[in-house]
Design a protein around this ligand. Structure first.
Ligand code: C2E
Ligand code: CA
Ligand code: CA
Ligand code: CA
Length: 274
């Protein structure tokens, strides 16, 4: 008995030793960080461009590593995707939002958007996770899966997309117009929403070529009857422009910075809700 307990505590001490002095690779630190509760779920309000009301949130991961401080998602997400650690992180986000659902607005017009990597669609894994973690909570808000175009959208299994639609989950294509963008996704994925990347929002009034692409993405979505969300809205000028073009939903520092999910109910109580 004693030797086993001793062995276990030695092992634990070794893991802590590894973790505490940068002796682990970043991918090891991600796995360790999940169990050590170093990750946090933040959210950013989605604003109805016509009414100015908040009608949803996007969930965004944050990682505070006690050794290295804040590590930006742009650093750890691509790494997690390559190391097969993205699904555990997404499950963490799902569990956190489900835990905080009682504090969220309980109306079907309220949208909760979660970022999901294309690799999570393999073998219906995302469906299994939603069935296990999301649906048992009997959530009223509308779930939106934001799929990034980063590199692997062509791999997305169309049957999974069909299944998501069948169980009432909406699909958004994130960062539309960047990366390995292809217009064929509009057909193969039948997205409900296109998210206009912040590069395009930033181009309004400054960069003629990107601004033209922005206009084309907007009219494309409108002709195909696909919803539009513009991210990275930082100025009133951008907000007015996008609203006048008919973009339904706006997101950006102009309205609110990402905040801890637990701070959102208070923020919302200070803002109107449709
Ligand atoms: P994204 O999905 O395109 O998320 C929007 C990013 O824009 C967020 O960066 C957000 O903080 C930032 N942002 C919001 N408003 C503004 C603005 O007005 N101006 C500017 N310059 N930026 C704004 P963040 O949180 O650093 O996340 C970066 C990326 O990491 C995300 O881009 C997403 O691709 C990925 N990511 C974040 N959380 C998750 C997650 O839980 N799962 C997955 N798979 N990816 C995630
Ligand atoms: Ca996103
Ligand atoms: Ca985006
Ligand atoms: Ca982006």
């Amino acid at each position: 008995q004693l030797p086993l307990a001793l062995l276990l505590s030695l092992l634990m001490a070794y893991i802590v030793w590894l973790a505490t002095a940068n002796r682990m690779s970043l991918s090891w630190q991600i796995s360790y960080g999940i169990t050590a509760r170093e990750f946090m779920v933040y959210c950013q309000p989605l604003i109805n461009s016509k009414t100015g009301d908040c009608n949803g949130i996007e969930l965004l991961l944050r990682w505070h590593n006690p050794r290295q401080g804040w590590i930006p998602p742009d650093v750890f997400i691509p790494l997690a995707e390559r190391q097969n650690l993205i699904a555990p992180l997404t499950r963490f986000v799902l569990r956190e939002v489900v835990r905080q659902l009682p504090q969220m607005p309980a109306c079907p017009s309220f949208h909760i958007a979660i970022n999901v990597a294309a690799s999570h669609f393999h073998n219906r894994e995302i469906i299994d996770d939603l069935q296990r973690l999301w649906w048992p909570a009997n959530p009223v808000p509308q779930l939106v899966v934001e799929l990034t175009e980063r590199d692997s959208l062509p791999e997305v299994d169309q049957r999974v997309v069909t299944h998501l639609h069948k169980i009432g989950v909406k699909l958004a294509i994130d960062d539309f117009g960047t990366g390995h963008s292809s217009l064929s996704y509009l057909k193969t994925l039948s997205p409900d929403v296109l998210k206009i990347d912040k590069v395009f929002t930033a181009s309004i009034g400054t960069d003629a070529i990107n601004a033209t692409v922005t206009d084309m993405v907007i009219s494309l979505a409108q002709r195909l009857n696909i919803g539009l969300v513009a991210e990275g809205v930082e100025t009133a000028e951008q907000a007015v422009y996008l609203r006048e073009k008919g973009v339904d939903v706006l997101q950006g520092y102009f309205y609110a910075r990402p905040m801890p999910l637990s701070d959102f109910p208070k923020w919302l109580s200070e803002h109107k809700l449709t």
